[in-house]
Design a protein around this ligand. Structure first.
Ligand code: F6R
Length: 614
């Protein structure tokens, strides 16, 4: 989704802004732009459809001087992706420029009022309405830009992260947020704006996270000044973030996605670090220890999330029900938030989100919180909106995930859910000590087994080259591996644009079986399971209809191997841990198919990394 960068200081702003936009490219976008204030007092806006590279080329031979500027990558919502709808947008007099991430829901009514006042519009966007409204309020009430932004935002319904600069005010950037992410970087005599930390960390690790409905003034030579919309000063501590530049670079890999697939042994190790004691075979999650009574009293757990995080949540349902005997409802956040759900006292809501900024998950969390649920979050991005809105939680510590297709976020989310479920189960007495030790012991070995699974990459690359012809794929799994089948199908469609469906294997005969012919590839995720024999029967049904079977099985498998056209063997492990291994071949499969087909793996069409609009 849209990316925001801003700079004010003593350096030339343009190179910093362009580099920042490139660092935010992973979020997905369709146009880019920049606004700069030069030392002649001119406010120049340059913007164009397409990639940041096109913007750079467009700016060649233009005046890109200035030590203050704002820049933006746009993911279209209101109005198609083109030059005129790209940000920044000028105000009517072209003396104010603004960038925006989010949606102004009441923009049409504000636009009507402004048209009545003689304002004209060059774009189809809600953003242009906002900058015009700021100019109108500023001149009508004779306010400073800071005050005008605050006054305008009081009338705004919707979500925003904005950066604003003004021609006659070369010493200050105004920024604000509500519901969309925005971070302020604080350097030596300079300030930065970023949708996340990636455009900032090269320059400073000191940041401030704004809260909703806060407006900040970043003025040269002064301290950061934050107000709420009622003009009250708000104090923020400066937070030091732990993020290295190498975490957000490709490190020799052709794509971030491949780097992140191979990072999974390390990210799981980080996720378990300080939590899993391998010698004692014990797990200690502080969030769980501090709130065990909540889980002891819980009548129900509700898990909510979107996309890949929702698939991790589905595995959470199997885990909590098996080990804790607590009933679990799992629901996609966009449905949950608008369904008028029944939330009882004693319910625990677990929002799961890599970015911690997904609009629907955030809204679902806020809804459950307002109705008295205890919120236990699972997030990757430290300091994100969801992380800050929870009562407690566990970070996944996967490190930055840049590839749009989620990989290491999924496996670390599942790891957190496993650690939570077995710790709670042990405390509740629903998981006996010997079984607890068995699972924890096996979890201690999982990173080695993940590394063994990496060895399958070249074999899967070879298999992938056979299936680039396919227009459809089916993915089947049962139990803990049913959500893995869904995840495999999602990965394939996202980056290769091949239609793929995931099903519980036994559902196949209730409809999807009609699709099977000798051209149809069917990926069966069937490691050693309690109901392995049932899956064998499902595979026989496919074989009888000549489907092309790619099976993910446990090393030493006999029955499915006999029937499969291609067999990928993963190391043996506890059934509840198998998703951590079975998903890896599926990630490779989608990656190699997409790569062979020449797709843009890291920035697939139409997709955004952090979905900050509903
Ligand atoms: C799939 C993918 C998306 C995200 C979804 C939720 O590869 O990346 O489906 O999983 O948009 O995002 P988060 O986890 O950031 O809330």
């Amino acid at each position: 989704m849209c990316g925001i960068v801003g700079y004010i200081g003593s350096k030339e702003a343009f190179p910093i802004l362009i580099k920042g936009l490139k660092r935010l490219e992973y979020r997905g976008y369709d146009s880019a732009g920049v606004a700069l204030l030069n030392n002649k007092g001119e406010l120049n806006v340059y913007k164009t459809k397409g990639k940041v590279k096109s913007l750079e080329a467009y700016c060649n031979h233009k005046d890109t001087t200035g030590t203050i500027g704002i820049a933006h990558t746009r993911w279209a919502t209101h109005g198609e992706p083109n030059d005129k709808n790209a940000h920044p947008h000028y105000s009517q007099s072209e003396s104010i420029a603004l960038i925006h991430n989010g949606i102004i829901e009441n923009y049409l009514s504000i636009k009507k009022l402004l048209i009545r006042e003689g304002y004209t519009f060059k774009s189809d966007t809600d953003t242009e309405v906002l900058v015009q409204a700021i100019e109108y309020i500023k001149s009508r009430y004779d306010l400073s830009l800071f005050d005008a932004v605050k006054r305008t935002l009081k009338f705004v319904i919707g979500a925003y992260a904005i950066g604003v600069i003004e021609k006659n005010n070369p010493n200050c950037i105004i920024a604000a947020r509500k519901g969309s992410p925005l971070i302020i970087g604080i350097g030596e005599g300079e300030f930065f704006l970023g949708s996340d930390a990636t455009p900032i960390i090269e320059y400073t690790s000191d940041v401030v996270y704004l809260n909703d409905e806060e407006v900040v003034k970043l003025e040269r030579g002064k301290k950061i000044e934050v107000n709420n919309l009622n003009d009250e000063a708000v104090h923020h501590d400066i937070i030091t973030i732990k993020l290295e530049l190498c975490d957000i670079e490709k490190a020799g890999y052709p794509h971030f996605m491949l780097k992140e697939i191979f990072e999974q042994s390390r990210s799981l190790a980080m996720c378990m670090n300080g939590r899993l004691n391998m010698e004692l075979k014990e797990i200690k999650l502080s969030g769980i220890i501090n709130h065990i009574d909540k889980f002891r009293d819980a009548k129900r757990i509700i898990i909510t999330a979107c996309g890949t995080s929702w698939h991790a949540g589905l595995i959470g349902k199997y885990l909590f029900e098996e080990f804790c005997r607590i009933p679990v409802d799992i629901e996609v956040a966009s449905e949950f938030r608008y369904r008028d759900p029944v939330i009882n006292k004693g319910d625990i809501l677990i929002p799961i989100s890599q970015s911690g900024e997904t609009a629907d998950t955030l809204a679902a969390m806020d809804l459950a919180k307002s109705q008295g649920a205890f919120i236990y979050g699972i997030c990757n991005v430290v300091g994100s909106s969801i992380a800050r809105g929870t009562d407690s939680g566990t970070y996944t510590h996967a490190g930055p995930e840049i590839g749009v297709a989620s990989t290491k976020a999924f496996t670390t989310q599942v790891t957190v859910l496993i650690m939570m479920a077995v710790s709670i189960g042990r405390e509740l007495g629903t998981l006996c000590e010997s079984r607890y030790k068995q699972i924890v012991g096996e979890l201690s070995n999982i990173t080695t087994k993940i590394e063994e699974t990496f060895m399958l990459a070249s074999e899967i690359e070879r298999i992938s080259s056979v299936f680039t012809y396919a227009r459809n794929f089916m993915y089947l799994g049962r139990g803990y591996n049913y959500p893995v089948a869904l995840e495999g199908a999602l990965k394939l469609k996202e980056i290769s644009y091949i239609h793929a469906e995931g099903y519980p294997a036994a559902e196949m005969k209730h409809g999807p079986i009609a699709l099977i012919d000798e051209e149809m590839p069917i990926v069966v995720v069937s490691p050693k399971l309690k109901i392995y024999d049932k899956v064998v029967s499902n595979v026989q049904e496919i074989k009888a209809r000549k489907g092309k079977i790619i099976a993910i099985v446990t090393k030493g498998d006999v029955d499915i191997k006999k029937m499969a056209d291609f067999c990928i063997e993963i190391p043996d492990t506890e059934e509840c841990l198998t998703p951590l291994l079975t998903v890896i071949p599926l990630q490779f499969l989608s990656y190699y198919i997409a790569r062979i087909k020449g797709r843009d793996v890291d920035q697939p069409r139409n997709l955004a990394k952090s979905v900050t609009v509903e």
